[in-house]
Write a protein that binds this ligand. Structure first.
Ligand code: ADP
Ligand code: ZN
Ligand code: ZN
Length: 804
């Protein structure tokens, strides 16, 4: 007798454990750990992951596994263990951790049907129900609800004429393409050709085609070659000459592109000095963690490429992580050009099906390298030789919903399992990583010079308050405007960066100063020009733009702050001849548009590239000689202890877009707080001083990397309830943690109400609290009855990245 331990797809506290199921004899050879199965669970059928096989169970009565969903394990032993680790580290449900490692297409879809119990039950049912079951045995749940006779159905269900049946569906659909092949040998084909009547021209042509090219061909191509319709093919299939069949193919998002192969550059001395220790660790299969700290354009990517090449030569595989917004076609191209079809690419721009296909290439060991955003860290390779995280400081490596993992932690954990090195790369490392490198926990490798002998661009800071004082009310300072004009005459290109994070285009009354807020969330509504409306970006609430101020009745009510559209309009006025490409969520929402716009800019079809965060990274165009930052402050004032660090990183990244090649670059940063150290130091590209200064502030305020953080957030519609639950949690932690721990709260979260729910939080700062995870688990357990009902929600974020 064999028994499988199964984690069921019911993410709840009570079901967050292994359940035992009997393995039916017919599935014995297939069911192994890492296989997904369909199992009965209560009255339903659910998906589950087999995590182990054993010979006996403590339980007497076991139910049977209904069927396997895979023939090959989708999670190998290493990933199953990683799931355990991740569950513990992030305090998430085991099933959520396992699910997070698989592409979305493999999430189970459930279908609920109402079916006739047997054929005789049809006659016994109420007429009105019976009429719905004419010629059919099944209604979907939705059809039943739409029929609008709940009590009648209920009765039939109770007296056993109908039953509710659950199905677990695999959502993944493999893509197939119709193919045609000859069923006959060449001689037989020419005989067949003779037997065809002369009037069957198209059929003859098709047979002739296969006489010359007997291999199978897609129906589409065949029809193109012979200029025929499908009917002629059908006729030949019926005559037994040809066969039609479906061939499974991969959806390849890059299929229409060819990549020229590139070979490795000769490394500079600095690059060689950095690659040496990495290669040594790759060869020695040593789990070293490197921090590759190199200014923008210093040739980090080339080092990744050559290290990965080494890994492939050693017969192993590599994972290359890049933040979502840097995963530009340009970046992908560099890897495809070097490693051709040995590369799989995983990013959110792909359709669910495309992602699944890329995942399968990895799973079937058909590729050696995966380039992808956060979740690519779970690539199901068996034999990893290197993991690289570029721009390791990026906040997007942390997943903000359960399981709240950080890709850096996962990479380091997998590096340990595979006994391979991990490279963290950045021009502006996170304080956490740089501090570890200084302590020798990570091995520091530095690149201090830019490629092509190009120097870092010169950066000027413009005080916008001063501009206002001298009467310039435009969003462009005198200086930036002059430089823009200059570039236009010289035919050089400019990047204009608008920081859209933070509250930009809110509506304010100039007479009384009132700001229009969302009625459900305590944040300002955003003005949308296209339909002259106001929208909440947290809950989706939408209302018309009021003609007069709702508070004082003044008609001096305007939207404030600047969106990219507004800047584009302004540019049209002051530089009517400039050709502008705007890149923001609106212009890049269509698939492929991102790439089209960038290509157009690269081909010189525009003078100015205007955009948000998405243009801060990864651009490497030789003709960009000017970068303008329209307002550097928006991020500086967010309620987040990393605000200065993020501002510094962003300004450094944006500045790095200029002058990467022969032409020298200039940067203009406009700000209302020119004296702020993160702006000053970013302008000087002085990471080392910034690091020292910021570390001092973190030390004084007990923030990472001196302290660890844990954030508990409580959500409820009722304010008093929200506060009292947070209060209880805070008290519990205070009385159970050590005296070294600092517990802040309860306080309202920076976003204190979203979607009509209040948010209160408790922030824990600590150095060493071995009991913390257990205490947090207790909290989840204690409130479990209430949270299960859905009213109350408690979120726990260990090492939070987002403080909002
Ligand atoms: P980073 O990743 O640090 O921003 P890149 O690897 O993108 O830097 O390098 C910047 C530019 O220099 C790229 O255009 C790259 O192709 C080029 N490059 C990198 N290494 C070399 C080298 N050893 N010789 C010549 N060109 C190089
Ligand atoms: Zn007013
Ligand atoms: Zn809202």
């Amino acid at each position: 007798m064999s028994i499988a331990s199964v984690i069921v797809d019911v993410p709840a506290k009570q079901t967050d454990r292994e359940f035992d199921y009997l393995i039916p004899d017919k599935w014995k050879s297939i069911i192994r750990p890492g296989i997904r199965v369909v199992v009965p669970f209560g009255p339903r059928m659910v998906q589950g992951f087999v995590t182990g096989i054993k010979e006996s169970s403590d339980l007497k009565k076991l139910r049977e596994i209904k069927e396997p969903m895979d023939l090959e394990p989708v999670l190998n032993d290493e990933l199953l263990q990683l799931g355990d680790w991740m569950t513990e580290q992030t305090l998430s449900f085991k099933v959520s951790a396992l699910q997070a490692m698989l592409p979305a297409a493999m999430k189970a879809k459930y279908e609920k049907n109402v079916e006739l119990t047997d054929l005789t039950s049809f006659d016994r049912m109420h007429e009105d129900v019976r009429s719905l079951f004419k010629h059919r045995k099944t209604l979907t749940w939705k059809e039943m609800l739409e029929a609008g006779k709940p009590s009648l159905f209920h009765k039939e269900l109770q007296n056993g004429n109908l039953e509710v049946v659950y199905y677990v569906k695999n959502r993944l659909n493999k893509k197939t393409v119709r193919h045609v092949k000859p069923l006959l040998s060449t001689e037989e084909l020419s005989e067949a050709l003779d037997s065809l009547s002369a009037s069957a021209k198209k059929q003859r042509q098709i047979v002739e085609h296969f006489l010359h090219a007997p291999e199978s061909v897609s129906l589409k191509n065949l029809l193109e070659i012979v200029h025929s319709s499908a009917a002629a093919v059908k006729a030949l299939v019926e005559k037994g000459i040809l066969a039609e069949y479906d061939e499974e193919i991969y959806r390849d998002p890059y299929e229409n592109r060819s990549f020229e192969e590139t070979s490795a550059f000769r490394l500079t001395d600095e690059q060689a000095a950095a690659l040496g220790p990495i290669n040594a660790a790759v060869d020695a299969e040593r789990n070293d963690i490197f921090l590759l700290y190199g200014i923008t354009g210093s040739g980090k990517t080339e080092i990744y490429l050559q290290a990965i090449d080494k890994v492939i030569q050693n017969g192993k595989e590599a994972i290359m992580l890049v933040p979502e917004i840097s995963l530009t076609p340009q970046t992908v191209k560099r890897f495809k050009e070097r490693f051709g079809n040995q590369v799989a690419v995983l990013h959110s721009g792909l359709s669910v099906g495309e992602k699944y296909d890329e995942w399968r290439k990895i799973h079937r060991q058909e590729v050696k390298v995966v380039v992808g955003a956060r979740s690519a860290v779970f690539a199901p390779f068996q034999n990893i030789g290197l993991i690289v995280i570029d721009e390791e400081h990026e906040g997007s490596y942390k997943q903000e919903e359960p399981p709240r993992y950080h890709a850096r932690d996962i990479a380091i954990q997998r590096g340990l399992s595979h006994s391979c090195p991990v490279i963290l790369g950045s021009a502006t490392p996170s304080l956490e990583s740089f501090a570890r490198a200084q302590k020798g926990v990570y091995k520091l490798l530095s690149l201090t010079k830019r490629m092509n002998n190009s120097t870092l661009p010169s950066v000027e800071i413009v005080d916008m308050r001063e501009e206002l004082r001298t009467g310039n009310r435009s969003m462009f300072s005198e200086k930036l405007f002059a430089k823009l004009e200059d570039r236009l005459t010289k035919g050089e290109q400019t990047v204009l960066f608008l920081n859209k994070r933070g509250h930009s285009s809110f509506v304010m009354c100039r007479s009384c100063g009132v700001v229009i807020n969302c009625p459900d969330c305590d944040i300002s509504l955003t003005y949308h020009r296209s339909n002259h409306s106001l929208k909440c970006h947290y809950c989706g609430h939408e209302e018309g733009m009021p003609p007069v101020c709702p508070e004082c009745g003044s008609d001096h009510i305007r939207f404030f702050g600047t969106g990219t559209q507004k800047v584009e309009e302004e540019l049209g006025k002051i530089l009517p001849n400039a050709r502008v490409i705007r890149m923001d969520v609106d212009t890049t929402s269509k698939k492929g548009s991102h790439e089209l716009l960038l290509n157009a800019f690269q081909e010189g079809k525009a003078d100015i590239l205007l955009g948000t965060q998405m243009i801060a990274k990864g651009l490497d165009f030789p003709n960009i000689t000017l970068v303008g930052v329209l307002s550097a402050d928006t991020m500086l004032h967010l309620p987040d202890f990393r605000a200065s660090e993020k501002t510094f990183q962003l300004l450094t990244q944006v500045s790095g877009r200029a002058g990467r090649h022969q032409l020298k670059g200039e940067v203009v940063i406009q700000t209302y707080t020119p004296e702020h150290y993160s702006i000053e130091l970013a302008a000087r590209q002085d990471f080392d001083t910034f690091f020292e200064k910021e570390m001092e502030i973190r030390r004084l305020n007990h923030y990472p990397p001196y302290f660890y953080l844990a954030l508990v957030t409580v959500f409820h519609e009722d304010l008093i309830k929200t506060v009292s639950v947070t209060e209880k949690i805070t008290k519990y932690l205070r009385s159970n943690l050590s005296r070294q721990a600092i517990i802040l709260g309860p306080v309202a979260s920076p976003l204190s109400r979203v979607k009509n729910r209040y948010r209160y939080q408790c922030l824990i700062k600590y150095k060493r609290e071995p009991g913390l995870n257990a205490l947090l688990k207790n909290i989840i357990n204690n409130f479990q009855q209430e949270t299960a009902k859905g009213q109350l929600q408690i979120a726990i974020d260990l090492n939070p990245q987002m403080m909002m």
